[in-house]
Design a protein around this ligand. Structure first.
Ligand SMILES: *[C@@H]1O[C@H](CO)[C@@H](O)[C@H](O)[C@H]1NC(C)=O
Ligand SMILES: *[C@@H]1O[C@H](CO)[C@@H](O)[C@H](O)[C@H]1NC(C)=O
Ligand SMILES: *[C@@H]1O[C@H](CO)[C@@H](O)[C@H](O)[C@H]1NC(C)=O
Ligand SMILES: *[C@@H]1O[C@H](CO)[C@@H](O)[C@H](O)[C@H]1NC(C)=O
Ligand SMILES: *[C@@H]1O[C@H](CO)[C@@H](O)[C@H](O)[C@H]1NC(C)=O
Ligand SMILES: *[C@@H]1O[C@H](CO)[C@@H](O)[C@H](O)[C@H]1NC(C)=O
Ligand SMILES: *[C@@H]1O[C@H](CO)[C@@H](O)[C@H](O)[C@H]1NC(C)=O
Ligand SMILES: *[C@@H]1O[C@H](CO)[C@@H](O)[C@H](O)[C@H]1NC(C)=O
Length: 646
């Protein structure tokens, strides 16, 4: 629920920021159509016709102004239920002839008719054109014929069965980027389709096409290609030499296909130029075993490859060093590949690896030598192992495994795992350069005292969905100058010691939902803290979701919505004497005798570890520490605050 709400905030925020781009700019120019608005951004004029319920292209008055963009699109994800979205179905002859505009965006409409002369008059100015059909018509290529200045063309949701040299556009000699997306019947692309037509094409994006064979011939005829996205087709096999002449190719995205076999020499010719290879969401390892299905990778030298994704394939039996010929690799994505372990050989040769994503596998064991090959690792994502596969196996992650990445690692995500909690805290203690630590749903019962004492960078800490029942000044000691976001949602907390977050100057996001908060005087500090934030910041910048559970009369109320005086305690609160640190140290030095005292100690970095070790737990109900050199049990005075004996 909380998560959903938070996601929703995220979505709303993205949506708002999108709309802000299209509305917040000053309007110092005039729109050539009364229905639309002109906006100025970075000294460019944009004719904004988004979300104006238009059913046809408006009439534009004659103008000499140069516009950067004319847009009829929308950021509503679903136009069918959108009441303000445009529903333009046709482009009449000379629709834009009075305009000098660089880009026209007609996506999120459903065009059924595009006249041969649609763009007459605007040809010299038009560089980018985005059109969306109604899924039943061919795009009218004749209308595009004269757009020789076009650099970007995006065609979506049209109907066509084959692409060949006759039925596609004419000579788009300046085209650099071409997208053909969701052509529901396109089953064949002839090898001559692009031949000599797009000599400058750098980016080709083919998505959601029912092709069963990879159109190697057609694509090899575009030698200028630098980035190829071939996504969401029915292709199952890649054959030798499929890319051999694409000497400029740097990015290859083959995700969301049904590829189960890749011949050894498929990538010949590009293994030494490719920087990015995405084979995610395919069928590798399903038909043949993992070792065989990855021969195409391990048998070649990928001298420039920086990012590789094999996510959502079946790699349950990887040989040692499958990536050892990828010295430049910085990012390896092996999400959801049924990996059983991070073995000592898996990451062999990856001395430049920054990011390892191995979430949603079946990892039960991380070898103590797993990271000896990757001294530059920054970001390690091991969340959600085998939740769906076996609820009895725990993840064994020995703390010595992180020794080689102690200083490099800044982001660690172990969420949603059955772990050995003592290992996790040992690891946390070692990784003192962490900036983000995610331990959501890892069966944590308590935060060990001073576990963050050496952390100097930690900003984001997620401890939600655990069973933490108590927190005090020692829990987050060390984080007061860095922590910005802390999630404690879904734990067993009833209160938090006031001193736990004393002087946490950067803390803004405090997620406290779904605990059993006891809203009494001990949470006054939180009340004041939130009220103070409310005065200066919008909610989205300081989320605190503290809902009272008790006392009964405050049940279900947000703490900040109650009256301050309702946060009351039964009046037997003790106050402690505040003794300065030097006094404490003096006393420790002089006194050879056992004593027990109650102090409000401000634990800070000047406090020597020696003393920290002797500060044990906070006495209730006062926010204070017992400073114990040698403890005398003083049961009679339990709960009270005795004065020190000398
Ligand atoms: C549009 O152009 C195509 C190809 O040049 C031609 O066959 C067709 O007759 C034209 N349509 C009209 C209405 O002029
Ligand atoms: C393309 O340009 C030629 C020459 O300027 C012109 O004769 C022809 O009518 C134009 N065709 C279209 C479809 O605008
Ligand atoms: C590759 O394609 C997938 C699927 O559309 C997309 O999510 C991903 O962002 C693409 N990657 C790049 C680098 O273009
Ligand atoms: C592919 O390469 C592997 C390892 O280099 C080799 O064992 C295998 O026989 C090759 N397969 C084919 C079909 O050439
Ligand atoms: C958990 O890890 C600790 C070392 O950190 C080890 O001593 C202990 O045996 C482990 N517990 C289990 C159940 O494996
Ligand atoms: C933390 O700091 C203390 C003293 O500053 C030092 O003795 C200890 O070794 C450090 N621990 C780690 C894990 O760095
Ligand atoms: C935390 O609360 C849950 C649900 O109320 C309970 O089942 C669990 O035993 C509690 N855990 C601890 C450590 O108190
Ligand atoms: C918090 O900051 C105030 C003022 O900067 C300082 O007087 C106080 O001692 C600090 N408290 C703690 C617990 O560090």
């Amino acid at each position: 629920m909380v998560q959903i709400r938070r996601r929703l905030y995220g979505v709303i925020a993205i949506f708002i920021s999108w709309e802000i781009i299209y509305s917040a700019s000053q309007t110092t120019c005039t729109s050539p159509a009364v229905q639309c608005r002109c906006e100025q951004r970075n000294n460019k004029f944009i004719i904004n016709c988004r979300d104006k319920k238009l059913t046809q292209i408006p009439v534009f008055t004659d103008t000499n102004t140069q516009y950067d963009e004319l847009t009829f699109s929308t950021s509503y994800p679903d136009t069918s239920s959108c009441s303000v979205c445009n529903r333009i179905t046709s482009i009449p002859p000379r629709a834009f002839e009075n305009l000098r505009v660089r880009r026209i965006d007609l996506t999120k409409n459903a065009l059924t008719y595009i006249s041969n002369d649609s763009f007459a008059g605007v040809e010299p100015y038009l560089k980018e054109l985005l059109l969306q059909g109604d899924r039943t018509n061919e795009p009218n290529y004749a209308a595009l014929k004269n757009l020789t200045g076009l650099t970007t063309l995006h065609l979506e949701k049209f109907q066509q069965t084959t692409l060949n040299s006759n039925n596609i556009f004419g000579n788009l000699e300046n085209l650099e980027s071409l997208t053909l997306k969701t052509f529901k019947c396109l089953s064949f692309i002839d090898s001559s389709a692009f031949q000599n037509k797009v000599p400058k094409l750098k980016l080709l994006w083919l998505e959601d096409l029912p092709l069963v064979t990879y159109p190697a011939g057609a694509i090899l005829n575009i030698p200028s290609l630098q980035s190829l996205n071939f996504i969401n087709t029915q292709v199952t096999k890649l054959f030798s030499q499929s890319f051999k002449d694409l000497r400029s190719l740097k990015e290859l995205n083959l995700s969301h296909n049904m590829i189960d076999s890749i011949e050894n020499d498929t990538f010949t010719g590009i293994t030494e130029t490719l920087q990015f290879l995405n084979l995610a969401v395919n069928r590798l390892g399903y038909k043949t075993n993992t070792r065989e299905s990855l021969n195409f990778l391990s048998s070649k030298h990928w001298t420039h490859l920086e990012k590789l994704s094999l996510a959502y394939n079946k790699l349950n039996a990887l040989p040692d060093g499958p990536f050892r010929n990828m010295q430049k690799l910085t990012c390896l994505i092996l999400e959801s590949c049924q990996l059983p372990a991070i073995s000592s050989g898996l990451l062999q040769g990856l001395q430049n690896l920054h990011t390892l994503e191995v979430s949603q596998n079946m990892i039960t064991d991380i070898s103590v030598n797993a990271f000896v090959h990757t001294p530059q690792l920054i970001d390690l994502r091991v969340y959600r192992q085998h939740q769906a596969f076996s609820q009895y196996l725990a993840l064994n992650f020995p703390s010595t495994a992180v020794e080689p990445i102690r200083t490099s690692l800044t982001h660690l995500n172990l969420e949603h795992n059955r772990v050995n909690v003592s290992q996790i805290w040992e690891i946390t203690e070692l990784l003192t350069n962490l900036e983000e630590l995610k331990l959501r749903n890892t069966n944590i019962l308590a935060v060990p005292d001073f576990v963050f004492r050496n952390h100097t960078q930690l900003q984001i800490l997620d401890l939600s969905e655990n069973q933490i029942s108590s927190l005090d000044q020692k829990s987050f000691h060390g984080l007061k100058d860095t922590l910005t976001s802390l999630s404690l949602s879904d734990n067993n907390l009833t209160t938090i010691d006031e001193r736990a977050f004393k002087n946490f100057s950067k803390l803004n996001y405090l997620y406290l939902a779904n605990n059993m908060w006891n809203c009494d005087c001990k949470l006054l500090w939180l009340y004041d803290w939130i009220r103070n934030k409310m005065l200066t910041k919008p909610f989205i910048e300081y989320i605190v979701e503290c809902v009272c559970h008790s006392p009964p009369k405050l049940n279900e109320n947000y703490i900040q919505s109650v009256i301050r005086s309702d946060l009351a305690c039964t009046p037997d609160i003790l106050t402690c004497r505040i003794i300065s640190l030097t006094t404490v140290q003096l006393k420790l030095a002089k006194s050879q005798r056992a004593y027990r005292t109650c102090l409000q100690v401000a634990v800070n970095t000047v406090l020597s570890l020696n003393i920290i070790m002797h500060v044990t737990h906070s006495t209730n109900p006062v926010a204070a520490f017992e400073l114990i050199k040698k403890t005398t049990s003083d049961k009679s005075k339990k709960g009270k605050c005795p004065t020190s004996r000398r």
